[in-house]
Design a protein around this ligand. Sequence first.
Ligand SMILES: [Ca+2]
Ligand SMILES: [Ca+2]
Ligand SMILES: [Ca+2]
Length: 177
Amino acid sequence: RRRRRGDKGEEKEERKTFLFKVLYIRFIICVLVFHRIFCPYPCSQFTDIRCDTDWRKFDISCYFISNIKKNWTDSRKACMAQGADLVVIDSRDEQVFVHGLLQTGQNAWIGLTDSVQEGTWMWVDGTPLTTAYWEPEQPNSYSGNQDCGEIVQKPTETLDKWNDDGCFAAQLWICEK
Ligand SMILES: [Ca+2]
Ligand SMILES: [Ca+2]
Ligand SMILES: [Ca+2]
């Protein structure tokens, strides 16, 4: 009898342990599903992003600045070949960071163009330009032939460092992925 009781007790314990395991697994699944649904925002801010060699990390992106010069279209192609695109600057902090990638006096292509409709500036990801950092008097579409955006390194106080230039010009470029 005692033994039987003991067996039952063990059975109960086993059942308890089993239920606990099931609940624990369910809890883990819930956490994973929650993480999956709500990433990349805001959890991704806390996810460790790793950037390839020669790429610089900032916030949730990786950035590459070229050391050779190409026109805007070929610069974009070079970014795409690396699974990236020309940089889209959509925050003040990003503007500060991207400007900081340049050496004194350098300028580089960014993912900004008004080639589809003159005067309507679009980012390469298809979003219209809302917050801009044009230099004073820019964009001026000089000679009516400046449809691509570049960031210019200048030690000025303001963050206004963009200029529109001819897309054919050979420049450095900055990719983001
Ligand atoms: Ca960006
Ligand atoms: Ca233009
Ligand atoms: Ca210009």
